[in-house]
Design a protein around this ligand. Structure first.
Ligand code: ADP
Ligand code: NI
Length: 216
């Protein structure tokens, strides 16, 4: 039964997310699901069914993929009513998805170990080589420059500023990506983040060298 529910959910998400080019595509969701199940296996805690379901559905209500936050929530709700779940499972999945987003660094206290694992899995996909690719893809779609040295790095910001403020994709590394390794919940995710963090630091170092016109 649970296998079939996962299968149905996968089909739904594949259909919903196919065409996005901001880094919120099906492949992102699939990586988050795999990261989450890996963390679960290492940490040996939480309910793997809830973890997999929440990972698969985590971007479905995202404001960027819906007219607004309300429409997103309604879409998730409608889908959950079409599959076989207990009321508790449904409530937990909704609660996890509502609590894990980064949104400019605003901190919500996470209620469950499943939420901590899915949040870590989502954050890992913003790091490393994939994270670099996603940052520039998102930046291009929004029409922001790859880099502009005249912009300030924004330390504290509201959600509005985080989404709409003047920034560049390189600035996004300082505003979010380089902070993520210290914001992870599980030690498994911290281990997975180390190499990805190093990769981003190396990328930035080389980026500035080329920006400054170094010849080698
Ligand atoms: P979440 O959905 O986890 O709250 P976002 O929707 O803010 O996170 O980000 C989704 C992806 O787009 C991430 O890989 C993130 O790094 C990237 N991204 C978000 N905002 C920017 C930005 N201003 N510039 C470049 N990349 C961004
Ligand atoms: Ni995501």
């Amino acid at each position: 039964m649970k296998d079939q529910t996962i299968e149905q959910t996968e089909q739904f998400v594949r259909n919903e997310m196919g065409e996005d080019s901001t880094g919120h595509d099906w492949f992102h969701v699939d990586r988050v699901r795999r990261n989450a199940l890996h963390i679960y296996k290492e940490e040996k805690t939480g309910d793997p069914f809830i973890i997999e379901m929440a990972a698969l559905l985590h971007d479905i209500p995202d404001e960027k993929l819906n007219i607004n936050a309300e429409a997103g929530k309604a879409k998730l709700n409608r889908f959950l009513d079409t599959i076989h779940l207990t009321a508790d499972e449904k409530r937990l999945i909704i609660q996890i998805i509502g609590s894990i987003s980064y949104k400019g660094g605003q901190k919500t206290e996470l209620q469950s170990v499943e939420a901590k694992i899915v949040q870590d899995a989502d954050r890992l996909d913003a790091l490393g080589a994939i994270g670099i690719a996603r940052a520039f893809a998102y930046g291009g779609k929004k029409g922001q420059p790859i880099y502009d040295p005249s912009f300030q790095v924004r330390e504290e910001m509201s959600l509005e500023e985080y989404r709409k403020g003047k920034s560049s994709s390189v600035h996004h590394f300082y505003e979010k990506l380089l902070k993520l390794k210290d914001l992870l919940n599980t030690s498994t995710a911290r281990k997975m983040a180390a190499k990805r963090h190093q990769m981003m630091m190396l990328f930035l170092e080389q980026f500035y060298q080329e920006w400054d016109g170094k010849k080698s």
